[in-house]
Design a protein. Structure first.
Ligand code: AMP
Length: 389
């Protein structure tokens, strides 16, 4: 079967066409086609909206499809609020519900809804599923998702911790449990998704019980361009004294902070190279980022009642041996010990990099959000009888 995986940004539409069998198995080369339409709605780009972007994609796919039809589409949606606790088959009511959640994700949810509407109009018979970044974290207990703010901010405005990167944390949890031969329902772990955006998730019994991103993806770890946790009074102070307005503050915290703000470079590879070359600001940024991450691991080890694994994934987690060791060196008080050679090895497969006598195994597990979305789309469509098993 052919599943079209769609990731709609406010001005972009990324797609991957994937081959998957009805039983969920994939061929050796599952990606049939992929691409990106950018600058949607930007004057002069020639692409006014998501429907036009879809026409462009359709033309690109025509060559590849050679008469075959796409069986289903799966969309990544950033925010599912409290309503969506699992991947969902799309109806017009679901699209409207995603639009109603726009205040929680003003750039992303309206774009996703446009992508959904465009496909529903172009291919009305094609089943579509939505997979949310937030839904995996809906299992968090209230003590993890509540902020200590006036009650009405939650009850009337929905201000609470939601968490993100759920598709990746979910996938990687399952692979890590399988790699270690532990039943997922009995698996406690700390998952570290370290990409350009980064989050840590506490897994208890295979489910999310806490996560470092919050109401938005800004909270938690030091990221490529996001600050992660800061004292909120810094923000009121800077706005009050006129240094920033709300827009500038938003940009500074999300786009000009993190590794970029501290070093001038958002890319971990360059920060590491520059730290090795002796540049003080890069060395400091690595210390701040690894120290903060290690504190989260310690905290989540408690939150899950004793983790059975620490798992690294995403761009930095999978590829940066130096950053992994900077974090793991700080976890020695937990009895964690890693094998320096295994840490340096590169592989596409899930692997253990801890020593035999480490108190807790440490794993590196490659993530693949597109693959997960395709699989979830297939399952949702089959469960509703929209695709054959
Ligand atoms: P992702 O968002 O998962 O695609 O991760 C992207 C980030 O991974 C980039 O911004 C890089 O900082 C980081 N990255 C990728 N490869 C490496 C590497 N070999 N060493 C360090 N960082 C890497």
């Amino acid at each position: 079967m052919l599943i079209l995986v769609i990731n709609s940004g406010s001005s972009s539409l990324k797609y991957q066409l994937r081959e998957v069998a009805a039983d969920g198995t994939e061929p050796a080369e599952p990606v049939v086609a992929q691409g990106l339409v950018e600058r949607i709605g930007v004057p002069g780009s020639g692409v006014d909206n998501h429907a036009e972007a879809l026409e462009q994609i359709d033309a690109e796919l025509e060559q590849v499809l050679q008469g075959r039809t796409i069986d289903a589409a799966g969309h990544r949606v950033v925010h599912g609020g409290e309503r969506f606790k699992a991947p969902t088959l799309v109806t017009m009511e679901v699209i409207r519900a995603i639009e109603r959640l726009a205040p929680l994700a003003p750039l992303h949810n309206p774009a996703a809804a446009q992508g959904l509407r465009a496909i529903a109009e172009k291919w009305p018979d094609m089943p579509q599923a939505v997979v949310f970044d937030t839904s995996f974290h809906q299992s968090m207990p209230e003590e993890a998702w509540r902020y200590a703010l006036p009650d009405a901010l939650y009850t009337e405005n929905g201000i609470r911790r939601y968490g993100f990167h759920g598709t990746s944390h979910d996938l990687v949890t399952g692979i890590a449990a399988e790699t270690l031969g532990i039943q997922r329902a009995e698996f406690n772990a700390v998952i570290l998704h370290l990409g350009n955006g980064a989050s840590a998730t506490a897994i208890r019994g295979g489910a999310s019980v806490d996560t470092s991103m919050g109401y938005t993806p800004l909270a938690g770890l030091v990221m490529g361009t996001r600050s992660g946790d800061v004292d909120p009074s810094i923000i009121t102070h800077l706005i009050r004294n006129g240094a920033y307005d709300a827009e500038q503050m938003d940009r500074m915290l999300n786009k000009e902070s993190g590794l970029l703000g501290m070093t001038g470079n958002a890319d971990m590879r360059q920060v590491i190279d520059s730290a090795h070359a002796g540049h003080r600001r890069s060395r400091t940024a690595l210390k701040v980022a690894s120290y903060r991450l290690a504190k989260y691991v310690g905290g989540y080890h408690v939150a899950v009642g004793g983790a059975q694994a620490v798992v690294f994934t995403a761009g930095i987690g999978e590829n940066s041996a130096p950053f992994r060791s900077a974090v793991l060196d700080r976890l020695e008080p937990l009895g964690i010990a890693y094998d320096a050679e295994a840490n340096l090895e590169r592989s596409e497969a899930a692997r253990v990099i801890s020593t035999e006598d480490s108190a807790i195994p440490v794993l590196v597990v490659p993530t693949n959000e597109e693959m997960a979305i395709a699989q979830l789309t297939l399952t949702v469509a089959q469960d509703h009888g929209a695709l054959e098993r």
